[in-house]
Structures are given as C-alpha cells and as structure tokens.
Design a protein around this ligand. Structure first.
Ligand code: ARG
Length: 461
C-alpha cells in the first residue's frame, strides 16, 4: 500500500514530519474501522443503486472492504501515520487491493460526513452495551435488596443517624439512580442515531445520492436535515458524556458508601477479597481499592465532558479540525464507564452484610425520635409540641447515656402524661420501619413490592 496522501494534488512540498504525526489521528481512530467499513459498504451500494457505480465496481469495493476488515481483525493491517486517519488508511488499502474501482469509493462524500457517521455508529453500539451493563448491575441490586429487605440499618442525613431504614431500601435507592441513567442513555441515542452521511464536506453533493437508502442499510432512524449542522456539531457526543458523567457521579456516591460501610468504624459490610488489596507495609490492611478507584475515575469523566463542551464552544460552521479532538475523551468515557459498571456488577453480589453491626448502629443516635413524635401527634399533640417534648426526652437520654426505648414508662410519662405502654412498639427499630408503609417507604413489605415492580419494569422493556 502506498503512503501517498490522498489529498496531495495541490501540494508542492511534503508535509513536515512532525506536523504529519501531530495532525494524524490514526493511532486512536483506527478503533472505528468496523463502522468506517460498514459506512463505506452502504455508501458503495447506494452509489451503485443510483447508477454512479456499476455492479462490478460495487462488488469489487464491497469484497475489498470485507477483506480489509478481516485483515485488520487478524492484526495484519499496516496502519500508516502518513495516511493520517482510519478513513484514508482504509481507502488507500482498498485501492491497493482492487485498483481503479477503489478510487471511486469517495464519490459524493467527504471525510467530514464519514467521520461523523462512524462516531455515531460506534456510539450507538456502545450506548447499547452500556445499557446492558447497567441492567446487569440493576439485577444484582434487586437480588441483594430482596435478601436484605428486612435488614435494619441507620438511615443518615448529614451522615448523622436520622431514622432507621432497611438495607434493601438503600439498595433500591441505588437501583433508581441507575434506572434514570439507563433511560438517559436511551434518550441520548435518539439524537445519536441520525445519519450525517450525504452531507459530504459541508454543502451536500452534486451526485444523485439516496440518503434514505444509506440510512436504512445502516439502521439509522433517518438522514439528518442540514448538511452544515451534520458535519459540524458534536452535541450528541457532549450529551453522551453528560450521561456518562452522571453515571460516574452515581457510582462515586455508591463507592463512597461502600468505603465508609466497610471501614472498621462502621463495619456494616464486608467486601469480597477479590475487590480489595493489601498494604505493602501494614499487614492488617484490607483496602477498598476498587470503589476508591471508581470514585476517582469520576473526575476524569467529568473532565471529558468539560473538554468536549470547550472543544465545541465558538466553533464556526461547518467542520473544523478541532473536532478530531472529540474521539479520545469519548473513547475514554466509554472504556472507563463500561469498566466501572462491570466491576460494580461483579462486586455487589459478593457483599456480605454484617446485620448485627447495622442494627447496633441503628440503636444508637435516637433513630426512633421521629417515631415518638409521630406517636404523640396520634395522641392529639401538634407536631411542633411533640417535637419539643421528644427533644427534651432525648436530652434526658443523653444525660443517662441510654436510648429512648430504654427509658421507663414513668420516665416517658414525665414528658407527656398520656404516653401508654404501646409506645414501646413505635420505639423499636422494627416498629419504626414497618410504620413507613406506603409506596416509596422503607417498610420491608414496601421494599419487596418495589422490587417486584422494578422486576416487571425491567422485563417489560
Ligand atoms: N480525522 C478527522 C477527524 O477526526 C477526519 C475528518 C477530517 N476532515 C478534514 N477535512 N480534515 O475529524
């Protein structure tokens, strides 16, 4: 294959060697080869159907491209920096392979619509893969939520014990976060799955092309409406990165909780050894490296979102070479989000819950104080008065270093004479969670119902 530049006609001087390497994208965009070839095959078939190529030319091009794909897949393709990018590498190899007909492939298109098409085809597949990874993690969460539907732990606000909840309820909160992430990706895909091919360099082409036929072959929803917009905007990539950033934001929150919960001070859960590492100096250490790393990776994904926004900002229509810089952040987003989701889906089922510790922690911190206030309201108090009374009872407990449930009936009656012995039902952890018995509440039967609804939702999609 010759390294002769496909655009060298009007040039007298060779490209400066450093400029050549600096402007090339082949080292990273070769990853689009499959989509580049699929786009070229669809384009060639369309050209033949529109009478721009004859059938022999079409067949030679399609056959040649398939051969090149096999060669790439076998690791036997020689990528050339001099040929700049994946598009010109493949086109050059095609001409080397089949001769004259290869030089006709680029009729009626440009690398500008070609690259926009390739990225969209690639991203569409990656979005689907990411949605499947999220789904797998969601199923893992449903399983653990069901197992721990009645496991009591302290619920926190400000990381201070607030009210008792169940661990299953907490897992279902994670489930919901991920459900929105999955939906966001599907929504983003509606705007990704539009075909730029046919926009050519920027203005469209003089050949009688059939964009609908290309779109149909490539599984696009429809051809794009405006050629200038098609080759220039990368808003779909920015939107995807925003969805990726939100996924990582969620995973960072989950990671943080796993890290806190697995600390000796909390000891709510045990992470499997397979997801932790030791210390080279402190023999006792078992570090939650995997969730820490995922928490850290959220930073680079947020960075990619900002890179892409900044890349696009103020760009005049239509294509500018700036856009070559869209690929590395995008690729890195996909790789790291996919990896993080995969690891999470494997890590979650391997969590063991230390139920006694969770329970003991829920016993501390007056987690049932709101329940006592609600009890007083049922007895006729206003909520504000009840709040005041319970506050005083809590102060007494702090003095005595005991829990509300450990005060005697007489002691409680000193704060509100109408309190009866049934008060102890609401002061227990089980009573407290069971009482939050409405859709979205933490009562174990509500958690189980939420799991059932969630399973239906997942299977109906
Ligand atoms: N490698 C280029 C990119 O990624 C392909 C399009 C180049 N087009 C151009 N006119 N320079 O954006």
């Amino acid at each position: 294959m010759s390294d002769k530049k496909l655009w060298s006609g009007r040039f007298n001087q060779p490209t400066d060697a450093f400029v050549e390497a600096f402007t090339a994208s082949v080292e990273f965009d070769q990853r689009l080869y499959r989509y580049d070839i699929a786009g070229s095959i669809a384009h060639a078939r369309m050209l033949a159907r529109s009478g721009i190529l004859n059938e022999q030319e079409r067949d030679a091009i399609v056959g040649g491209l398939e051969k090149i794909r096999e060669r790439i897949e076998a690791g036997a393709f020689d990528w050339s920096i001099a040929l700049e990018d994946v598009h010109m590498n493949i086109e050059s190899a095609l001409t080397a392979e089949i001769g004259y007909a290869g030089k006709k492939l680029h009729t009626g298109r440009s690398r500008n619509d070609q690259v926009a098409t390739d990225i969209r085809l690639w991203l569409r597949d990656e979005i689907e893969a990411l949605r499947q990874s999220i789904l797998k993690l969601q199923h893992a969460l449903l399983d653990i939520a069901l197992r721990e539907a009645a496991t009591i732990m302290p619920g926190f606000t400000h990381l201070q014990t607030a009210q008792p909840i169940t661990f299953g309820h907490h897992m279902m909160a994670w489930f919901e976060m991920l459900d929105r992430d999955r939906e966001r990706l599907a929504d983003c895909n509606k705007r990704v799955n539009i075909m730029p091919l046919g926009a050519a360099a920027l203005a469209g082409t003089t050949y009688p092309i059939d964009r609908h036929y290309c779109a149909q072959q490539l599984g696009f929803e429809r051809p794009s409406e405006n050629s200038l917009d098609s080759v220039s905007d990368r808003d779909f990539a920015i939107e995807f990165s925003a969805a990726a950033a939100l996924i990582m934001m969620h995973l960072s929150r989950m990671s943080e909780e796993l890290i806190i919960w697995s600390s000796a001070q909390f000891a709510f859960i045990e992470l499997s050894d397979s997801f932790c590492t030791g210390s080279s100096i402190m023999p006792q250490k078992k570090n939650p490296d995997v969730p820490e790393l995922i928490r850290g990776k959220s930073g680079r994904i947020f960075g990619h979102l900002i890179s892409l926004l900044t890349l696009m900002k103020s760009q005049p229509l239509a294509y500018n070479k700036d856009n070559q810089e869209d690929k590395e952040p995008l690729f890195d987003c996909v790789d790291n989000v996919k990896g993080s989701l995969k690891i999470f889906a494997d890590m979650i089922p391997a969590i063991s819950c230390r139920r006694d510790n969770m329970r003991a922690a829920a016993m501390k911190g007056f987690a049932t104080a709101t329940d006592l206030a609600d009890y007083l309201v049922r007895q006729g108090s206003t909520f504000r008065d009840a709040h005041e009374i319970v506050g005083k009872a809590v102060a007494r407990c702090v003095e005595k270093a005991c829990d509300l449930s450990e005060l005697s009936l007489q002691e409680l009656q000193a704060f509100s004479p109408g309190i009866g012995k049934e008060v102890f039902d609401v002061l227990t952890l089980e009573g407290s969670v069971a009482a939050r018995n409405h859709i979205g509440g933490t009562a174990p039967n509500q958690v189980r119902a939420a799991i059932e609804r969630a399973r239906k939702r997942l299977t109906n999609q």
